[in-house]
Each structure stands twice: as C-alpha cells, then as structure tokens.
Design a protein. Sequence first.
Length: 427
Amino acid sequence: MEICTLWADSKWYRCGVIAAALYATLRLLIHFVSLEWAVSLSDLAIYLLAAERAVAHQPLYLVSELATASSFQYAPVIAALFVPLLSLPEITVSILFSLFHVLIYILLIWRWDVILHRCGFAAERRTLWALLPLTLVYEVFWSDIGYLNVYILMPLLATLLLEAILEQKWMRATVWLSIILPIKPFWAFPILLPALFRRWKFLAAMVAAALAVYLATILLTCSLFSVDYGLQEYVAYFQFINQMSSAFAWRTLNAGLLLGYNHSLKQTFVYFLGASPFTLGLVTALKTLLLLPLAWTLFKLWRRPPGSVLPRVLDLFFALYLGIFIWLDVVWEVALALVLLAWLWPRLKRVEKWVAGLAVIPLSLMDIWRLLSYLAFGDSIMTERGDILIDPSAYAPLILLELAALYGLTLLALWREEKETHVEGQA
C-alpha cells in the first residue's frame, strides 16, 4: 500500500501521521465527553424535532426558522426515517450518529483510494495518502461530527454514484441517486457525466428508476402518517426549497464585523454591499460569468467522440462539483478539497502548487486553531450564533477563496489536457 511506502520512506511523514493521530484521538474524546450538552445545538436535534413534528402531524417547514439556521431542509421521508430513533435516549442516538460519521469518513477516503487505483492514477493515489496527516485533522470532518450534519455523507454518496457510473452499473447508481435526492438534490451532479459520454440509455434507466423510487418514498410517507399530511408536507417542502434563498437571514456590515461561516458569493457581496436588488442581480451575473468557461468546456467535450471524453471523467466530476458550489447561495464547506488537492497536485506547476496549498491547507488546519482558542479563552470568545471571535474564517470568506482557487486550477487542468490531446491529434 502507498501508506506503507510513505511510512518507510519519510521520518517527517511518520511524525506527521503520529501527531495527527494523537490529535484526532484527543478530539474524539473531547467530542464524546461534550456530547451530552452539545447535542441540543447540533443538526441531529433538528432531525429529531422534525420526526416529532411528523408524528404529531405538525408542519415540518417553517421559513421563520431559516433566520436561526435551525430549519429542517430535507424531504419529509427523511423525518420519517428518524421516527424509530425517538424511542432511544438522545445521548444514545448522538453516540450512534457520531460513530456513523467516523465510518463514512473512512469510507470516503477508502473509495477514492479505490477509484484512483482502478483508474491507474498512481501519483494521485500516493498524494492522497501523503495528505493523511491533514485528513486526520481536517476541519470539515470535525465540524461535521460536531454539528452531526451531512457534510461528509453527501460527498461519499456522490463518490459512490460516480463509481457506479464509471463501472456502468445503473442499478447501483440508482440506489445512490435515490438516497441523494431526498437529502440534498444538488449532490446528484454526477448524473451529468453519462450525458457527456452520450450514454443515453444508461442515463435514462438510472434517472427513471430513481424518480420511481422518489415517488415510492412519497407514497411511503403518506402510508406512515396520512395521505393528506404526506402530500401537504411534500408540497410545503418544494415551496420551502424554492423560497430558501430569498428568506435566508443574510449578514451585512450593519450587523457587525462578523461575516460568519456561509462563504457563498451571494453572502459575501451582500455582507459588503447590502441585500439590494442591484447586489443580488450583480451576484447572479458574476456567477454566470464564472460558470461560462466551464459550460463552454463541457460543450466542446460533448461534441467530441465519447472515447476522447472518458479519460477526463475525474476532472469533469470535480469541475461540476465546484461549479455547483459556486452557484449555491449557502456554502459552509468544500468537503472534497483534500481529495481534489491530491488529484490536482501531480500536474500542477510550482506557482500553482503554492496557490492550491495556500487555499486548502490553512482551512484544513482551522479546527486546531478553534480548539486551542476555546481551551485558552472558553465561552468568552463565542457569540450567540456560534461564531468564534478570534477565528479568521469568521471575518474573511476563506472558503470562497478556496473554492475559487480550486475551480480555476481544475479548469486549467482540463484546458491543458485538451490542448495536449489536440497537439497529439495533429501529430
């Protein structure tokens, strides 16, 4: 295995892995010790509250809760899935959910190792394992397990969907797509890949089957509660998703210096310029301009023979992923940043490596800074909204900068490969 080779070859690597493993162990202990009081502040509490509301036939979707980031944002069937957990003590559910997060994080790294190995990307696979110390202290994972959210689950599901598409297993792809759609539908972006390869039958079979499963989940929700309540909540869910952006509590300079942890383009511009119609229109125009190079690249690749597009499938996966996140109005993390760094690193030039490293590595280490800050100063550095007063990412859109840097480098990699292919074709 690559990790064994790296371990044998480098003393610094061994020291880094050991230090990161000790930190991860300490961090897990702190997480479980503080779980009993922290669970009430986690997203798990939102899921369990939604299950209680579903049992009582109460509305699941309250636009007013968006102001406190405590709204339930998933399809009604997800609330139904949490109903059996209501019979367990909350601390037990929290422990099980925490262990589940550890498991899916391990699975995420493992599946990318498998994908890179099967596709023959040895240098990228070696880089993935070279980043193991960062992986163990990765801020996105520790934030995810702290809030008991789905920041790691969704990248894993998208990765499994990608893997099924690569292997042309439409039934397996349907399973993962059917799980993604009721949770966060935008993570279904890998379904665009078969269209680029012109595998229309595969795409049609996968999408049709997933939509049939989605309809079945609606019927299941109706059977578990009542037809009227089930249909009412699904209508409310679709309306809620459509209203989320307009109803979100955007932060502005008038409310203080803290930008917060939503680092989307819209939030960043609204913070500095205010939530005026001009600002919102400017953001939409800017997002469109940023995505035009990707759209043009995808169009040119689509016009080529499918066989010439397949070697670029992972570049396309990451480009679509970053493009989706640039368009989103709420961006808390770029969960696949370390995997993407491993993918790009062997092909980057020296200056580009500096750009990638400066964009990704400081944010990856941010959990260490937050933990040390809290241990030193306690609750005095915490705001009511959960911001940390001495956290740089609470003041500057570091996630947006990371997203922009990786997006630009991924497009650059695609263009270079296209140019090399063109030169080889002329030769």
